[in-house]
Design a protein around this ligand. Structure first.
Ligand code: ADP
Ligand code: MG
Length: 564
């Protein structure tokens, strides 16, 4: 009797499948990269598990991926002898989406094909992308180390449910058969598949084998079983010398590890020998992932030790404010038994982390200098994350400050594109401070009465209006030896810019209006600390100023909102 069971996909999977099929039509070929990527991950996972228990290899330690096709039947098969899955794994991995925040993410999708395909790209499509080209998918799999009877056959038409049944499977690992849709049959073609493997999967660590094309003329002696050959280069990209790697190869490898559709903005590949011995390949993405601000979202690098994959999302190698960085770290100093716990308190990791932090900051500085437009793209996506830097990483705060971008009275626009170096280059003679103003919105900042005297004197003021700004400025005291000054705080000292005449005028005004000032102070009672005549204003009659060391307006609102 059949032990076949039919189960429903989790709602989110149904939604994702529907959207993917409808919005990724022009990107269909990525299904192959996703499936080969999974096969490669499965081989990595087995190699890692076998470090502790090499019986898992079942006398077959030669890890590889096989790609086959049948032009007449319209099928493509991707098979690996990696870790494989048991019944529970299959149900969890091929029936649900484990990422937190998925439901909220799916709500943002609009039905507009172009917009949605970008959003889905940020989300990462994975296994389910098989249904972009297939109207039926079969998965045959067995987890390494389990008996042949514990094989599993999963099957679905991608329409809301899947079935699952036990099968006998001598071969460990996973085999995925795509039954191509009529309009996708062109993919069941040797030349097409080879070029896609070359394009997307040349430098994964394992060989992708295909049967050699049979040349009918030569093969007359009746031995039609063709040999298998590796289609890809199959050397992990980061192990090659930089000079031998093409930009296209770096980009393809990024897509493999980052699950991103788009090219990265930039990357940095370094081999370090000496006291520390490691290779790193770090990338800056072009777009923020959908869960950038989700605390539980996976982050960190792919960790290898002596070329052996150890774990994904090793977060100890970079500080939190650089969490947008993707990449690989391959260490020769760590032990193959390294665990997340060990990584947490390890001097080697600490040293690598310091070096990688500098590496990322330098990579960003170089991007800003050489490709300012790309840097602006980076800033628009990740600027608010980088702004966590001065607080988290005091030692690098000068470097981080150099990477910050602000809106300013110089441009008068909301776009944050003014660097502190730009600002300093435009400082007036005698100006000693970097002036800034924080407010709830750019419009509020731009129309603040505090700006009047600066406008009059032609002095630039940085306009800060992101929620994090005031908090960040609490950790930045100076840049390039020039102190920051919040213009809504304390005494306003315009340094040598202010003429002697101005100063005398202000003193005179204070004298003349002493009686008035005292009366206002008495009327306002203890609601203000002091009432002063000022040269801050040219048009407005009065403004509020916070003491130099008091909490700013933005902070006060945050604290009030938090019930403090
Ligand atoms: P991701 O690769 O980002 O985790 P996918 O949707 O591509 O997401 O795959 C979902 C999960 O299914 C994987 O995390 C893995 O556990 C499992 N999986 C997919 N393909 C394979 C495979 N070939 N071998 C073993 N497990 C697989
Ligand atoms: Mg995947």
């Amino acid at each position: 009797e059949s032990q076949k069971e039919t189960l429903g996909f989790q709602t989110e999977v149904k939604q994702l499948l529907h959207l993917m099929i409808h919005s990724l039509y022009s990107n269909r070929e990525i299904f192959l990269r996703e499936l080969i990527s999974n096969a490669s991950d499965a081989c990595d996972k087995l190699r890692f598990a076998a470090l502790k228990d090499d019986s898992l290899y079942e006398d077959d330690a030669d890890l590889k991926i096989r790609l086959d096709y049948d032009e007449k039947a319209g099928t493509i098969t991707v098979a690996d002898n990696g870790i494989g899955m048991n019944r529970d794994d299959v149900i969890a991995n091929l029936g649900t989406i484990a990422k937190s925040g998925t439901a909220e993410f799916l709500k943002q999708l609009s039905g507009d094909e172009k917009k949605d395909s970008k959003l889905i790209g940020q989300f990462g499509v994975g296994f389910y992308s098989a249904f972009i080209v297939a109207d039926k998918v079969d998965v045959f799999t067995r987890r390494a180390g389990t008996p042949a009877e514990e094989g599993v056959h999963w099957e679905s038409r991608g329409d809301g449910e899947f079935s699952i049944e036990p099968v006998n499977r001598a071969q460990r690992g996973t085999e995925i058969v795509l039954h191509l849709k009529k309009d996708a049959r062109e993919f069941a073609n040797g030349w097409t598949l080879r070029s896609l493997v070359k394009k997307y999967s040349d430098h994964i660590s394992f060989p992708v084998l295909m049967k050699a094309e049979v040349d009918d003329d030569k093969d007359k002696d009746g031995t039609p079983e063709p040999k298998e050959e590796a289609v890809n280069d199959a050397t992990a990209l980061w192990t090659l010398p930089r000079t031998e790697i093409k930009d296209e190869e770096y980009k393809a490898f990024y897509k493999h590890i980052a699950h991103d559709f788009e090219d990265p903005l930039t990357w940095s590949h370094n081999k370090v020998e000496g006291k520390l011995d490691y290779t790193s390949l770090l990338y800056i993405p072009k777009r923020a992932p959908f869960d950038l601000y989700n605390r539980e979202a996976p982050r960190g690098l792919k960790l290898y030790v002596q070329r052996v994959f150890i774990m994904d999302d090793a977060e100890q190698f970079l500080p939190l404010y650089l969490r947008f960085t993707k990449g690989v770290i391959d260490s020769n100093d760590l032990s193959l038994n390294v665990s997340r716990e060990i990584l947490q308190n390890n001097d080697t990791v600490e040293s690598i982390r310091n070096a990688l932090t500098k590496r990322v900051l330098d990579m960003l500085a170089k991007l800003a200098k050489k490709q300012p437009e790309d840097y602006q793209t980076f800033w628009n996506e990740f600027g608010n994350v980088l702004k966590e830097g001065p607080a988290e990483d005091f030692a690098n705060r000068e470097k981080i400050a150099g990477l910050l971008r602000f809106a300013s009275t110089h441009t008068g626009e909301a776009t944050q594109n003014v660097s502190l170096d730009d600002y300093i280059g435009r400082m007036k003679e005698g100006q000693k401070k970097i002036y800034y103003l924080t407010a709830d919105s750019f419009t509020a900042a731009k129309s603040s009465p505090h700006l009047e005297v600066f406008r009059k004197n032609g002095i630039e003021v940085l306009l800060l209006s992101d929620r994090i700004d005031e908090w960040m400025m609490g950790y930045l005291t100076e840049y390039d030896g020039k102190p920051f000054q919040d213009i809504a705080r304390g005494d306003l000292d315009l340094g040598d810019i202010q003429t002697e005449e101005d100063k005398q005028q202000q003193e005179k005004a204070s004298e003349e209006h002493k009686a008035l000032l005292d009366r206002i102070k008495a009327a306002l009672d203890d609601r203000v600390q002091e009432v002063r005549a000022t040269n801050r204003l040219t048009d407005s009659p009065a403004c509020l100023v916070v003491g130099q060391f008091d909490m700013g307006a933005q902070m006060r609102k945050i604290m009030e909102a938090a019930g403090q």
